[in-house]
Ligand binder design. Structure first.
Ligand SMILES: Nc1ncnc2c1ncn2[C@@H]1O[C@H](COP(=O)(O)OP(=O)(O)OP(=O)(O)O)[C@@H](O)[C@H]1O
Ligand SMILES: [Mg+2]
Length: 278
């Protein structure tokens, strides 16, 4: 009995390998479909220029500009800042430091993560001191998924520290639910005074452009008709629908434009909302 099971498991591994080979044979570069892939030329939203204007002026004057970028899931908040981090560092030498607050969800952990330190064995004030010594400014500090800062971290001290530091950091908060900012204490609110920039969901045409670029970079052949169909679906179905992958449900609103549906990648994309760090 045990041996039989073992054999069927080995058979299954072989079958699974063959299937993966079959599906993967149309792929030029698997990395292109990783969630953290940054395209060479991502679709640039008009709002990006406003962000660039703010950061260029910050770099020029040293006077901090704080930003809150708000928008629904999948609208490119993280991608935009990861792309800008690279571009502005190259062009202006403006350093960016990013942290995902879903993973590092307290003020303490946020600072420790940026400093690449273990968050134990230090007092919070020591960590702040170390932060100012290590990161002299000007520097842009991006708190991704900032609404995930733990509720127990009531005062969100990290926002107070970053926005008041003599190092004049520029703070960028990315979020799809910035309501938590209303509950900040007066002093943090007064030093933060961010500019709000809203990202809308992508239109079907924008999704098509994004999908096409990704497919052309990552696949050996591109089925344009299929990409068109997928892009069109993102406008039609506001609720979860089954994509052509058997038995799997995706909310298109939620995962647009997460690209799990480009054939053959729907096979691999089992984790459209995978956590990623900076
Ligand atoms: N402008 C774009 N050009 C190319 N790819 C994009 C673009 N915008 C988003 N994507 C891709 O779509 C996926 C989702 O984007 P991203 O993670 O940046 O969204 P988000 O707004 O940060 O979502 P969340 O609120 O879930 O954090 C990623 O795979 C990203 O590479
Ligand atoms: Mg994000």
């Amino acid at each position: 009995m045990r041996e039989e099971r073992m054999e069927s498991l080995l058979e299954y591994i072989e079958k699974s390998r063959e299937e993966a080979e079959r599906v993967g044979s149309s792929v030029k570069d698997f990395r292109v479909f990783d969630f953290s892939f940054i395209p060479d030329k991502p679709l640039i939203r008009p709002e990006t220029k406003r962000i660039i204007d703010c950061l260029v002026r910050y770099q020029q004057s040293g006077i901090p500009r704080h930003l809150v970028i708000v928008g629904p899931r999948g609208c490119g908040k993280t991608l935009t800042f990861r792309y800008l981090a690279k571009a502005l560092k190259e062009k202006l030498g403006l350093p960016f430091h990013g942290v995902n607050c879903r993973v590092h969800n307290t003020s303490f952990k946020v600072l420790a993560n940026i400093l690449k330190m273990h968050p134990r064995g230090y007092a919070y004030s020591e960590l702040c001191e170390r932060f100012e010594q290590t990161i002299p400014g000007p520097a842009v500090i991006v708190l991704d998924e900032s609404d995930m800062l733990c509720e127990k971290d009531v005062r969100k001290d990290v926002l107070y520290f970053l926005s008041r530091s003599k190092r004049q950091y520029s703070v960028v908060l990315l979020s799809n639910n910035p309501r938590y900012l209303r509950n900040l204490d007066e002093s943090t609110r007064s030093s933060l005074q961010p500019e709000y920039i809203h990202f809308d969901s992508y239109s079907a045409q924008e999704i098509l452009d994004i999908l096409k670029d990704r497919a052309e970079t990552g696949l050996k052949t591109v089925d344009e008709a299929m990409l068109g169909e997928i892009a069109a679906m993102t406008d039609i179905f506001p609720v979860p629908v089954a994509l052509p992958s058997p038995g799997r449900q995706y909310s298109l609103q939620r995962c647009r434009p997460m690209l799990p549906c480009i054939s053959p990648f729907r096979e691999f994309a089992t984790t459209p909302c995978r956590l990623r760090d900076w």
